[in-house]
Design a protein around this ligand. Sequence first.
Ligand code: 5AD
Length: 358
Amino acid sequence: MKLNDILNKKEFTKDDIAFLLSLENVDDVESLRAKAEDLLLTLRGNKVYFRGLVEFSNICTSDCYYCGIRKSNTAVERYQLSKEQIVDAALWCAGQGYGSVVLQSGERTDCAFVDSVVEIVREIKRRSVSNALPDGIGITLCVGEQTEETYRRFYDAGAHRYLLRIESTSPEIFSRIHPEKQSLGNRINCLKMLKKIGYKTGTGVMIGIPGQTVQDLAKDILFFKELDTDMIGMGPYIVHRQTPMASYENDVLARYDDIFRMSLKMIAVTRLVLRNVNIAATTALQSMKPDGREQGLTFGANVIMPQLTPTDVRKNYLLYEKKTCLDENAEQCRSCLTGRIGSVGRVVAVNEWGDRPL
Ligand code: 5AD
């Protein structure tokens, strides 16, 4: 079958997806990009939604082998923002016209943590209501695997979206990059619980994990589809040297351009297969190439997460090395991103949650 026939499909098989992800020729990749961008503009228009990102604590009880803030990394200085700092950051977002905020942290399940998140979500919700945002700011949580009861408490407090990456749907890869006590099965269960409770649910994978094949990535996209996910956040795997996966550094560096290109193709193909979902152009993309996020937008992404984490602690939230924008404050980040978005012909949405349409 010719490339154009596949690009014009509405339902894709695993082989179609693997075929598109395998495109190498510059003109073919451009056809894929143009089709994905065109579909996005037709279905969702040219708006880009900001989700202000507050990385409110790097304290983590998990030990994922790829992640720089894993519990066993004793070289990291741990921090926890105060409730006031978190609420203030969210209210700053609301004042700027960002429709949404993302509260992300390391994974903790203890009562003190859960209670404080509930309280913070409630307060942000209550204090962000205005004429411009009659239902308050949209709140997304990204605090890992929790119990159904905890997810329910967060939802009842006012969080209406939740991000939990599956990381990889390949059982072999998942178990190779996580300690035994974390399981793919539980991650999938958590995603199902989140959907059942009513969250707009987001997931995603890391791209370029050593040993990951195009077939694995094609299955990941089919998983997103089967889950009927609302949001996708995915990006390149980048080595952090203070982790057990440091030994992959040379292998990953040798594939640098391939991993970057595959990350863009993953955005485009996910756009074609899942059509109207929200897809983020992630910071990890920009960490690989200075214009990585803009390229992500042109391949079909429509969400950007500007940094709101206070500059003094940002250097301690390094999930991977070479993370960019470490010394910019929230205002500098906003104006830089607005310019970058304009440079690819898009506009920033103001005072909108920007959920996937039903
Ligand atoms: N490279 C790229 N992404 C990473 N993440 C964690 N560590 C890395 C890394 N070394 C991603 C994971 C996680 C998200 C919060 O950050 O996908 O879900």
